[in-house]
Design a binder for this molecule. Sequence first.
Ligand code: PEP
Length: 253
Amino acid sequence: MRTPLVAGNWKMHKTAEEARLLVADMLGGLQAVSGVEKVLCPPFTALLPVAAMLAGTDIGLGAQNMHWEAQGAFTGEISPAMVAEFARYVILGHSERRAYFGETDEIVNRKVHAALQHNLTPIVCVGETLEEREADLTAKVIRRQVSGALEGFTAEQVSGMVLAYEPIWAIGTGKAATAEEANRVVAEVIRGTLTERFGEAAAQAVRVLYGGSVKPHNAAEFFAQPDIDGALVGGASLKADAFVAIAAAAKQA
Ligand code: PEP
């Protein structure tokens, strides 16, 4: 049995003060949802205040990115050790990082290695563009991203990771994939690639989330799918009621 996980990716939203207000709004509701791992991923500047509010709760904290080096002359970057002071999770390879900041599969792979070295659970994002989907390249692209991100790991290490299938055309557009379509990619392409590379046990142990316009009204459909273990939520994670409702839907599933 894979424990469902619902993670909120706040992206570049919320000052530290706004973050405190948002967490205060959702804290009680989220704590009332048992049996689901809940993770908040605010911007770096809000990690410290949010960590203080989540201390002693069952809600996890994650960063949205980090550098792969432990320290050094990388002006403007945040190291894995800095993230690990406050957080237990880190989103890596988000399509916005790949598209706007030039992150390649190789860079994502270095970051995933750094995450494990610092006891951080990576949430590794993969997903195809609309052009790739229309050219029937979805499987090829996702196989490449999964294999690239997980190069050099053992089956045991991979088993503890979290992957997120996020079709780029569904992110922030309000046009989610259908639940069946998302489940097919997760089962056949993502778990299929994991089985080939790491064996059946690891492929079945990894939690795979769906991300892309998950809202309270469609969350349950995704969570009802056998191979989808939760959601990475962008826009709806910025609204306390919506995010709590999505977490509650994961529990019911
Ligand atoms: C995301 O950014 O990871 C995401 C899934 O965003 P949204 O839910 O807004 O589509």
